[in-house]
Ligand binder design. Structure first.
Ligand code: PAF
Length: 285
């Protein structure tokens, strides 16, 4: 049986729907996505459903957050399937604007969060977070939800969005959603589809390596020693490590020596595919 979800494509229609809910005294949660919906997104929608009366999800493959040699054209798109999955998780409304609705002719504003964006993913993807911050600010202002949920897999992104909402006084609570993993530990990501069979077999080592490092740090080892072991394990398995670091969980400031509370963040290539993951210290699972 097909689950119903209403689709709106303009800011005006989105605002009219949200205003009607508000007139009934209902609260609204938003789950922004770029589509290619998987269980990770669906868990965010379920979480949203537990926190608000109504859930609106958005699908917009945001050209501003892709670099010139990245996968904007190839990014998986399939609105009908995505809409069904979002509906089955509990979303009532799908906002799916086109690029002209999001960035009309003459669009000339960029949102740049200076702190938190200077390294980690920015080294490999210099304009990525400006693109994310710009579209997320727009989505939140277009919809006006009480709560918006973003996955912890993109941990740096989550902190940047919290900072932008605070700095710009956007009246919304930003909530993180726990990473959803395959049974072998690989964090769910739309880009996992790019992995060859052999790469897919190797990929769970990413989580295993940072989990081991998190355990070592929780046991009192210096971050340098824990990360050195993790890097060696990843490189031996064929990963090309972009970054592998222990950071302050709130400010992302670099940590050195022993630290009982930290976030380990990693980005590594398997073949052409760049995977990211992260783990709290002490580790949760
Ligand atoms: O995490 C994502 O899917 C995207 O970066 C987001 C937050 C929807 C902005 O395009």
């Amino acid at each position: 049986m097909t689950t119903e979800i209403e689709i709106v494509r303009t800011v005006a229609d989105l605002r009219a729907k949200v205003a009607a809910w508000r007139a009934n005294g209902e609260t609204v949660a938003m789950v922004p996505t770029m589509g290619a919906i998987h269980e990770g997104h669906m868990s965010l929608v379920r979480q949203a459903k537990g926190l608000a009366d109504r859930v609106v999800s958005s699908i917009f493959v945001n050209p501003l957050q892709f670099g010139p040699s990245e996968d904007f054209e190839a990014y998986p798109r399939g609105e009908a399937r995505d809409a069904e999955l979002l509906a089955s998780a509990g979303a009532e409304l799908l906002y799916a604007p086109n690029a002209r609705e999001m960035y009309p002719d003459g669009f000339s504003t960029t949102v740049h969060v200076a702190d938190l964006t200077e390294d980690l993913c920015r080294r490999e993807r210099p304009d990525h977070f400006d693109g994310v911050a710009t579209v997320v600010a727009k989505l939140l202002l277009q919809c006006g939800p009480d709560i918006a949920i973003f996955g912890e897999k993109d941990y740096q992104q989550l902190l940047i969005i919290k900072r932008l909402v605070r700095d710009l006084n956007i009246p919304v609570e930003i909530v993180g959603g726990a990473i959803v993993r395959e049974s072998d530990g690989l964090a769910l990501s739309s880009r996992n589809a790019y992995l060859s069979d052999a790469e897919r077999e190797t990929a769970p080592l990413l989580r295993a390596a940072i989990h081991q490092a998190a355990q070592q740090m929780a046991a009192g080892d210096a971050s340098e020693a824990a990360l050195k072991n993790a890097r060696a394990a990843l490189e031996a398995a064929g990963f090309r490590v972009d970054y592998l670091e222990a950071r302050d969980p709130q400010t992302l400031a670099p940590l050195s020596g022993a630290a009982s509370s930290a976030r380990i963040l990693v980005a590594a290539f398997l073949g052409q595919t760049r995977l990211i993951d992260n783990m709290s210290v002490p580790p949760q699972a």
